[in-house]
Design a protein around this ligand. Structure first.
Ligand code: ATP
Ligand code: MG
Length: 750
């Protein structure tokens, strides 16, 4: 790639359209173009134009106060221009610029109203795109492609940091540094995100822990509930089905006895009928009554009375039994709060004893406490049937009825005796009747026996039925729908109900302690947990992103280091070579400076703290560590025969020579396609201008030179010479002087 032409219009003193053409390289050497002319004719405006078209924004470097200063401002004989335009055309046949054009023209245009535009081959383009394209062709806008008038020792007076930027450009690591910079920004962004996410995590964590605890309590509750359900199922199921079995046995027994009673009662009824008939017959015979009929009547009545007593006795007995069943099933365990209340009451009463002086009152209080604690204990234990005290009136009545039955039986015996004695006399006549009557009595006695049995079974039955009803009520109340299950299906595994009951109480108490839990908590837990794991995943993603970016930066660092070390060493060597060439001896070198050396700020005393840092802080530290270490470059130059001394102590000429040596070294190591040098040889003595011209000639193998000069020695090395003149109208004119066998394509005027 090489520079083909430069076109200016309305730019500074070039009011008219002016074109500078350049010659292509010949045999690997680029022809040197020299621009000559009197002071103030507009030569430096050329180098300004090149700077400007390459995108220069610095007004200072462009020698203006405002951007419109580059537009031709007019003169006595000529009006001002409406816009300034500069185009630079490159031959790109070798595709040094990665763009599919053999010629590339870059144009910058600025109007008086401030509007400006960049064009690439005539099409509007962004400056950044143009600069990227130029950078890829190693045209450094801010570095040494254009060395302005009086700027050659700029590299000497600039700060170590500015020099470093210049060198980065020169060593070709700029592109890696741009990437590195982007990666560092990304690293910092990622790190900030990471820190933010980690902060969120630490905020969420305590809430999550508390939710987790509550949810595990909920799980515990579910487990206890399940266990309780099973136990209740077993406990009530066992009791229910035991009762069912018992009931069916007792019912069957009752049925059997009932049938027996009924059968025997009907037998007795038949017998009674027979006896009555015979008795009537006897009476009809008009047998003299010796009182037997009256005795018999009394006997029958006594018998009836005794039956009545027996029935009543059975009824009272049944009531007593039922009362026992009821008393037992009405018992319910005291709630916990009541138990505590009761115990506290007793404790308080006992404490009060100390203050009491009156002994009687003490006894009274003790009795009171005893009865209170007995009541409490009785409310804590389920009463057994034996403990239930029956109604004393009922008991008395049973005893009374027993006595009445015994009296009736004694009377019956007496009556029987007297009937027997009478029967002897009427034996013949009444044998049959007496036999029947005796049979009847015996049968009636037998019936009573069976009836007693049946009644006892009936009491059992009633008791069991009552118990079943009570149990059913308890089940409905405490078990709800489970009660239906228990009734519907016989439990397979029976449990020890005595052992199961306290366990049921214990589990119920435990549930009370656990208390109710808001089901929303579970929802919140699930949401919070999901959020936590999401953030946790993000942390690990971000950490691996950090690691990836760090790896990229490390690789770039390695590349930058490798390349810059290599280039730096080469530049140093070339610097020394050119320095010695220009000075005829002496010594010089470039020295890298660390951050500390440049800024002289104390290294942060972080090392000790590092060990205690969290992962995030360590990343932050690594970011710091990744900041550029080498931040500046120092130049040391000692002309021959002199002691090493500060750069500021060099003479003007020495400074120019040192600068030229350095710039030449950089060009030699990393040549751009062209270089504009504006009077860099101005301060040199005659001998040195020849040395400089020699260097130019050597470097022409590497780059295309456009040199603005007043020196003859320099002009002599040029292949094409452009003369710039200025007339009275303040407008620069260009004319070409053909120095070699070239046909000048350049034209002074259109
Ligand atoms: P020297 O040999 O002394 O360095 P030179 O040939 O490099 O001289 P320049 O610096 O290129 O001279 O030209 C400077 C001249 O350009 C000045 O006279 C200045 O007035 C003129 N000039 C600068 N900007 C404008 C402008 N916008 N319109 C008209 N003239 C301008
Ligand atoms: Mg000048």
């Amino acid at each position: 790639m090489f520079l083909l032409k430069l076109e200016l219009q309305g730019f500074k003193t070039f009011a008219q359209k002016t074109t500078l053409s350049f010659l292509p390289p010949k045999g690997g050497v680029s022809p040197i173009t020299a621009v000559v002319g009197p002071n103030g004719s507009g030569k430096s405006n050329f180098s300004d134009a090149i700077r400007w078209v390459l995108g220069e924004q610095s007004l200072k470097l462009l020698r203006g106060k405002e951007s419109q200063d580059v537009i031709f401002s007019g003169s006595e004989g000529r009006g001002r221009s409406g816009f300034a335009e500069v185009s630079m055309t490159f031959n790109n046949e070798d595709r040094t610029m990665p763009i599919d054009f053999s010629e590339v023209t870059v144009t910058r245009r600025l109007y008086r109203d401030g509007n400006s535009e960049y064009l690439l081959n005539g099409s509007a383009a962004r400056l950044s795109d143009i600069q990227l394209l130029l950078a890829q062709a190693n045209v450094g806008q801010r570095s040494y492609s254009v060395i302005g008038q009086g700027m050659v020792d700029h590299i000497l007076v600039s700060s170590p940091e500015e020099r470093k930027a210049f060198f980065d450009d020169a060593t070709g690591v700029k592109q890696f540094q741009i990437k590195r910079h982007e990666s560092m920004l990304k690293l910092k962004r990622t790190y900030e995100n990471l820190a933010e996410v980690e902060m969120l995590l630490t905020e969420i964590e305590p809430r999550l822990k508390s939710l987790k605890r509550q949810v595990s309590r909920l799980q515990e509750r579910a487990e206890v509930e399940k266990k309780l359900r099973e136990l209740e199922h077993g406990y009530f199921g066992t009791m229910w089905w035991q009762l069912v079995d018992e009931l069916s046995g007792v019912r069957e027994k009752f049925g059997r006895l009932d049938i027996q009673v009924n059968k025997e009662t009907s037998d007795v009824a038949a017998l009674v009928e027979k006896v009555t008939a015979m008795e009537r017959e006897e009476k009809d015979k008009d047998v003299q009554d010796d009182g037997l009929v009256a005795i018999q009547k009394e006997y029958n009545e006594t018998q009836k009375k005794r039956s009545g007593f027996r029935d009543e006795q059975f009824k009272v007995q049944k009531e007593i039994e039922m009362a026992k069943v009821r008393a037992q099933s009405n018992w319910a365990p005291l709630p916990l709060t009541k138990i505590i209340e009761g115990i506290e009451g007793v404790t308080l009463g006992l404490k009060g004893l100390r203050e009491m002086k009156d002994l009687d009152a003490v006894y009274a209080r003790i009795d009171e406490m005893l009865s209170a604690s007995t009541t409490l204990v009785s409310r804590l234990q389920r009463p057994s049937p034996e403990d239930v005290v029956a109604d004393p009136k009922a008991i008395a009545r049973i005893v009374e009825l027993g006595e009445m039955i015994a009296a009736s039986e004694a009377e019956l015996k007496t009556l029987e005796e007297s009937m027997k004695s009478r029967a002897v006399t009427e034996k013949q006549v009444r044998t049959e009747l007496f036999d029947l009557q005796r049979d009847l009595r015996q049968k009636q006695q037998a019936i009573h026996l069976v009836e007693n049995q049946r009644n006892a079974v009936a009491i059992d039955l009633a008791r069991l039925e009552e118990r079943q009803a009570n149990l059913g009520r308890d089940m409905d109340e405490q078990l709800k729908e489970l009660a239906g299950d228990i009734r519907g299906r016989r439990v397979e595994i029976t449990v020890d109900t005595a052992a199961a009951y306290p366990e049921i109480q214990r589990l119920r108490y435990k549930l009370e302690l656990i208390g109710g839990i808001d089901p929303e908590i579970v929802k919140e837990f699930e949401e919070t947990n999901a959020r936590f794991s999401f953030l946790f995943g993000q942390v690990s993603d971000l950490r691996s992103a950090v690691a990836d970016t760090e790896k990229i930066i490390d690789e770039l660092d390695e590349e930058i280091h490798r390349q810059s070390e290599k280039a730096f060493k080469k530049i140093n060597d070339e610097f020394e070579k050119f320095f010695k060439m220009l000075f005829g001896g002496g010594s010089c070198s470039l020295v890298k400076m660390s951050r500390e050396e440049v800024k002289l700020d104390a290294a942060d005393d972080l090392d000790a703290a590092v060990a205690q840092l969290g992962e995030t802080e360590k990343i932050a530290l690594r970011i710091r560590e990744r900041e550029d270490r080498v931040v500046g470059i120092d130049i040391q130059a000692t002309p021959p025969g002199k002691k090493l001394k500060s750069l500021s102590l060099l003479s003007g000429g020495e400074r120019a020579l040192t600068s030229i040596a350095l710039v030449s070294a950089i060009m030699a190591v990393n040549p751009g396609p062209f270089v504009v040098l504006d009077e860099v040889d101005a301060a040199l003595d005659e001998a040195n201008t020849f040395r400089f011209a020699g260097i130019l000639e050597e470097l022409a193998k590497l780059t295309q030179f456009i040199v603005i000069t007043h020196n003859r020695a320099t002009m002599e090395k040029a292949d094409v010479l452009y003369g710039v003149t200025m007339g009275d109208d303040g407008v620069s004119n260009l004319l070409s002087v053909n120095l070699s066998d070239v046909t000048a394509e350049a034209s002074a005027r259109h």
